[in-house]
Design a protein around this ligand. Structure first.
Ligand SMILES: [Zn+2]
Length: 510
C-alpha cells in the first residue's frame, strides 16, 4: 500500500519520572507544568517558547518539513519529577486519551511522547497501560512510535505494543528535539509500509544516576557501540539506563533495538546481545563515587579564600528535584554557612513560604530566614540563619542553556537571600537547577562566583558547562531522596540480586 497522501496522525503524551520515596504527583502538578488537550498541543509545539519538553515540538517540526500531514492533538500531560502519580488522575487521563482517539478515527499513525519512568499509586507499568489503551483503540495495524527519556524503566509490553522505540542518547538530555525528529522520520517510513521488529534485553544492573553520563563512562560506551553498529536493517538502538527510585520489577539497564523490516529480528537480537554483553563486562563501573561533605566544605572554603584556585560547582545530587527530590534539604547550605564559605551562589531552594516572606519584606531587609517551616518530608529539616533580601523576581524566565533552553519557565515569586558569604536563591515552584538563568534573572553573576552549589543530579552540566569544566564539578555525598548511594534505600520491587546492591550477581545471555 502506498503511504497515505495526507496522513492523520494523533499526537499525545504522558511524561513524568516517579520516585517511590517522594510524595504523590497530583493533577495540580500536571496543571502547573503542562496539561493540554486537542489542537492546543500542536499550536504550542509550533510556538516559539513551549512549556512542553522538546520531543513533541521536534516531532511536529520534522513532520511539517517532511510532507503533508494532519496532526490531531489528543492529550499531553507532563509534570516535574515527583512521587507516584495519583491513580485517579491517570485513569481520567487514559479515559480522555481513549475518547479523543476514538473521535479522531480513522487514524494513519500515532506519536506518543512518553518518559518511561512513571508509576502510579496503583500501577508500576503506567506507560504499558497507556500503550495498551492506545493500541486497543487504533487497532494492530496503525503505526505507533514513541520517544522515551533514557531513564525509562522498560517492560515487555512497552516494547511490544509500539512499532518504534526511540530513547534519548544524551545525559544531560540535549537531544530531546532530535529524538522527536527521529520519531517523525520513523513514522514516515512506517506510513510507507515498513514493518519493524523490536528486541529488548535487560541486565541485572540498576545504575546509580551519576554513572549514567554520556560524555564518558560505561554507559556512554554502550550508547556509542549501538550507534557504531547501525546498519540498514536497524532503525533505532536505545540503551535505557532506567530510574532506580521508581523501584519496580522492570528496573534495570536495558537495550532495545528496533529492526527495520519484518525479517530483521535476528539482526536486532544480535546487536542487542552485543551491547548487553559489553555492558555486563563493564559492570564494576556502575558504582557511585561521591565526595564526602567535609571535603567539599574544605574545597569551597579554599576557593572562596584563594582567587587563584579554580571556581567550583558543587552538585547536591541527593536532593535533585529532577528526580523527585524536594529541592530544600539544608545539609550543604548549613555546612557551608557554618564553615564561613564566601563568594558562593546556592540554588535553587524550593521554599514558597520563605520566598513570599522575602517579597513581603522587600529589598535589603534584614531578617531571620526560616527555611522549611512548612515542609515535613524526610530530609527537609528546618534551619534558620540571619539573612538580607539581596534581589527579588517574579520567577518568570525563558531557559537559556541546556535542557531548558528556549522553554518558558515559571519559578513563582523568587528571592536571593544573602546568608553570610553565600547568596541563596529561593523559589516557589520546585525545579532542578539546570540553567544559569535561575541566578542571572536576579542579577547574580555566575562567572564571578567562587563556588556555585546546585540542586541537580546531572542536567546542570548542560547549563553550567560554559563556567565549569568536568574537573571543576564536585558531586557531594549527602542524605536525600535521590542519593546515588542506593544501598541506603529500602527497596521492595527491584529485581534482586542486582548490581550495585548485591554480591554474586550473575547474568547469562540466553
Ligand atoms: Zn532523564
Amino acid at each position: 500500500m502506498p503511504a497515505p497522501a495526507n496522513p492523520r496522525i494523533a499526537v499525545l503524551g504522558f511524561s513524568i519520572e516517579c520516585n517511590k520515596f517522594a510524595p504523590p504527583a497530583t493533577r495540580a502538578h500536571f496543571l502547573a507544568r503542562t496539561y493540554l488537550e486537542g489542537d492546543a498541543i500542536i499550536a504550542e509545539a509550533r510556538g516559539p517558547t513551549p512549556t512542553m519538553l522538546p520531543e513533541t515540538p521536534g516531532f511536529v517540526a520534522a513532520m511539517d518539513a517532511s510532507g503533508p500531514w494532519q496532526p490531531i492533538g489528543i492529550a499531553l500531560a507532563m509534570a516535574e519529577p515527583n512521587g507516584p502519580v495519583e491513580q485517579a488522575f491517570f485513569t481520567a487521563l487514559l479515559e480522555t486519551i481513549a475518547r479523543r482517539l476514538r473521535a479522531a478515527l480513522p487514524l494513519d499513525g500515532v506519536y506518543i511522547c512518553a518518559h518511561g519512568a512513571a508509576v502510579t499509586t496503583a500501577d508500576d507499568d503506567s506507560e504499558g497501560a497507556l500503550f495498551e489503551i492506545v493500541r486497543a483503540v487504533v487497532g494492530p495495524d496503525v503505526p505507533v512510535v514513541a520517544t522515551f527519556d533514557l531513564h525509562a524503566n522498560v517492560s515487555d509490553r512497552m516494547v511490544d505494543l509500539i512499532d518504534a522505540f526511540i530513547g534519548y542518547r544524551t545525559n544531560p538530555h540535549l537531544d530531546m528535539r532530535g529524538r522527536g525528529a527521529e520519531a517523525a522520520a520513523g513514522l514516515r517510513e512506517l506510513l510507507a509500509g515498513t514493518k519493524t521488529e523490536r528486541v529488548r534485553l535487560r541486565l541485572p544492573i540498576v545504575p546509580p544516576t551519576v554513572t549514567l553520563l554520556t560524555a564518558a563512562g560505561p554507559y556512554a560506551e554502550m550508547i556509542r557501540l549501538g550507534q557504531e553498529r547501525m546498519t540498514s536493517e536497524i532503525m533505532n538502538v536505545s540503551v535505557m539506563g532506567g530510574f532506580a527510585y521508581s523501584d519496580t520489577a522492570k528496573n534495570g539497564l536495558s537495550v532495545i533495538v528496533t529492526g527495520r523490516g519484518s525479517d530483521s529480528r535476528a539482526a536486532a537480537a544480535a546487536l542487542a546481545r552485543e551491547i548487553a554483553e559489553y555492558g555486563w563486562q563493564q559492570r564494576a563501573r556502575f558504582y557511585a563515587h561521591l565526595t564526602p561533605l567535609d571535603e567539599a566544605v574544605q574545597q569551597a572554603l579554599a576557593a572562596g579564600r584563594d582567587p587563584s584556585l579554580p571556581a567550583l560547582c558543587f552538585a547536591d545530587v541527593a536532593d535533585n528535584p529532577g528526580g523527585g527530590g524536594r529541592g530544600n534539604t539544608m545539609y550543604l547550605l548549613r555546612a557551608f554557612a557554618a564553615a564561613g564559605v564566601t563568594g558562593a551562589l546556592f540554588g535553587i531552594v524550593y521554599d514558597p513560604e520563605l520566598a513570599a516572606e522575602a517579597h513581603g519584606h522587600g529589598l535589603h531587609y534584614h531578617f531571620t530566614a526560616q527555611f522549611n517551616r512548612a515542609e515535613t518530608t524526610n530530609f527537609s529539616e528546618p534551619w534558620s540563619a540571619p539573612a538580607r533580601v539581596a534581589a527579588l523576581s517574579d520567577g518568570n524566565c525563558v531557559g537559556r542553556r541546556g535542557i531548558y533552553a528556549g522553554q518558558r519557565l515559571a519559578l513563582g515569586p523568587t528571592a536571593a537571600l544573602a546568608v553570610g558569604g553565600i547568596t541563596v536563591v529561593v523559589v516557589s515552584h520546585r525545579l532542578q537547577c539546570a540553567d544559569p538563568v535561575f541566578f542571572e534573572m536576579l542579577g547574580l553573576d555566575v562567572r564571578r562566583a567562587r563556588s556555585v552549589a546546585v540542586k541537580s543530579r546531572g542536567h546542570f552540566r548542560g547549563g553550567f558547562d560554559e563556567f565549569f569544566g568536568p574537573d571543576q564539578i564536585v558531586e557531594v555525598d549527602l542524605p536525600g531522596l535521590t542519593s546515588p548511594m542506593l544501598q541506603r534505600f529500602q527497596w521492595t520491587r527491584l529485581p534482586r540480586p542486582v548490581i550495585p546492591l548485591d554480591l554474586d550477581v550473575e547474568y547469562r545471555l540466553s
